[in-house]
Write a protein that binds this ligand. Structure first.
Ligand code: FAD
Ligand code: SF4
Length: 332
C-alpha cells in the first residue's frame, strides 16, 4: 500500500489550508476511501482526518432547518432523537447502509461524497494490469461504454435520494466563510470530478434539512441482491407534502438512485401527477407505468459482476411499491 502522512487539523481553517496541497485528501470514517487506497486506486500522499473538528459533528436546530454535521456517523444519525422525530425515513435509509461496523465509522458526508463504482475500477492492481486505464484511472476510454465521453460508474449512495427528495442545502467552508448550495449541485460537481480522477474541491461541513409540514410523507426503498452489506441495485425516495390533499398533488418529489452516474428525479411523472385537473383516483397504474418508463429512459445501467442489467431493470419495480404505498395512504 502507498504510504501517506496522516494529518489531524483541529479547525476548519487548518483543514482547508492543508487541503490546498494538490496531493491531499479529506478522510471521514475512511470506509469508502481506505479500501481504494489499499488497492492503489487512490494515492494521496497526505490524508487529512477531519474527526478532531467539533463543528463537523454538530447536530442542531436552526431557523432554516436541522443542521447535521458532515462528520456525524451513520450510527449516530440513526440514534439521533432529533433526526428520528423529524425525518424517520432518513434514519431508515441509513440503516440500510452496509453493516453495523461500517455505520459506526462511516459518516453522512462520506456517504454523499463516496466514490462511484464499476467492475473495471473496483479491482486489485493485478486485475487492472490486463486492461488499459479508463477515464476513472486517468485513461481515455470507458470500457463499459466505449463511445461514452465520460465515466459511467454508478453512484450508490443510499442517503442521496432521501436528502434530495427533502430539498436539502449543503454547507461548505472556504476561508472567506461558510456558504451554502443545493445538494444536487454538490453531487453534480462530485460526480464530474470523481469520473476524471480529480478530487472534489469542497470542505463539506454539513447538511441543512428543511423543516417539514406535519403531514409530510417521506419514504425510502432499497433493492439489493443481499439483505445487508450490499450496495443498492436501485434505491428511491418519495417526499410528499399534501398541501391540498384530495385535490391536486403539487408537492411530490420522486428520486431514484444507483441506476446511473447520479440520482435521477422523475420529473415527467411528477409533472403528470401535478397536471391532473382534479382527482388521481383510478390513475394508480398509469402513474406506476409512467414512473417505470421514465426510469427506463433516464437510467444508465452498466455491466456488474454481481447483477445483470436485466436483474437491474427488474429492480425498478420497487419504485412501483413506493408509489403504491403513497397512493394507498393519500389518494385511494
Ligand atoms: C463493504 C462496503 C459496503 C458498503 N455499503 C454501502 C451501502 O450499502 N450504501 C451506501 O450508501 N454506501 C455503502 N458503502 C460506502 C461507504 O462506505 C459509506 O457510504 C460511508 O458512509 C462512507 O463514509 P466515510 O465517512 O467512511 O467516508 P470516507 O471513506 O472517509 O470518505 C469518502 C469520500 O468522501 C470525502 N469526504 C468525506 N467527508 C468529507 C468532507 N466533510 N468534506 C469533503 N470531503 C469529504 C473523502 O475525501 C472521500 O473521498 C459501503 C462501503 C463498503 C466498504
Ligand atoms: S464506467 Fe467506464 S470509465 Fe468509469 S470506471 Fe467503469 S470502465 Fe472506467
Amino acid at each position: 500500500m502507498n504510504t501517506f502522512d496522516y494529518l489531524t487539523p483541529e479547525t476548519l481553517e487548518q483543514a482547508w489550508a492543508l487541503f490546498q496541497n494538490t496531493d491531499a485528501v479529506f478522510l471521514a470514517g475512511g470506509t469508502d476511501y481506505m479500501p481504494l487506497h489499499k488497492k492503489g486506486l487512490k494515492t494521496a500522499s497526505q490524508v487529512i482526518g477531519l474527526h478532531k473538528i467539533p463543528y463537523l459533528k454538530k447536530i442542531e436546530n436552526r431557523p432554516n432547518g436541522l443542521f447535521i454535521g458532515a462528520m456525524l456517523s451513520l450510527a449516530d444519525l440513526i440514534k439521533s432523537p432529533l433526526v428520528n422525530a423529524a425525518y424517520p425515513a432518513l434514519c431508515g435509509a441509513a440503516r440500510f447502509v452496509a453493516s453495523p461496523q461500517i455505520r459506526n465509522m462511516g459518516t453522512i458526508g462520506g456517504n454523499i461524497l463516496q466514490d462511484r463504482r464499476c467492475m473495471y475500477f473496483n479491482q486489485s492492481a493485478d486485475w487492472r494490469q490486463s486492461i488499459d486505464p479508463c477515464f476513472k484511472t486517468n485513461g481515455k476510454v470507458c470500457h463499459q461504454a466505449p463511445r461514452s465521453p465520460t465515466c459511467r460508474a454508478i453512484y450508490h449512495s443510499d442517503l442521496a435520494p432521501v436528502l434530495l427528495a427533502l430539498g436539502v442545502q449543503v454547507e461548505c467552508f472556504e476561508p472567506k466563510g461558510l456558504y451554502q448550495k443545493t445538494l444536487s449541485e454538490l453531487i453534480r460537481e462530485h460526480i464530474d470530478c470523481n469520473g476524471r480522477m480529480q478530487k472534489t474541491k469542497t470542505l463539506l461541513t454539513g447538511f441543512i434539512v428543511p423543516a417539514l409540514p406535519a403531514n409530510t410523507r417521506l419514504k425510502f426503498v432499497k433493492q439489493s441482491a443481499r439483505a445487508s452489506l450490499d450496495f443498492a441495485i436501485m434505491n428511491a425516495a418519495l417526499c410528499y407534502k399534501p398541501e391540498n390533499a384530495g385535490q391536486t398533488v403539487d408537492n411530490l418529489k420522486l428520486i431514484v438512485g444507483a441506476v446511473g452516474p447520479e440520482p435521477i428525479e422523475l420529473t415527467d411523472t411528477e409533472n403528470f401527477i401535478r397536471e391532473q385537473p382534479s382527482s388521481l383516483v383510478s390513475l394508480k397504474e398509469t402513474i406506476i407505468e409512467k414512473a417505470l418508463a421514465e426510469i427506463n429512459v433516464k437510467s444508465a445501467l452498466i455491466r456488474d459482476t454481481g447483477v445483470s442489467v436485466k436483474a437491474g431493470k427488474k429492480a425498478f419495480g420497487a419504485v412501483g411499491r413506493l408509489i403504491e404505498e403513497w397512493y394507498a395512504e393519500n389518494i385511494a
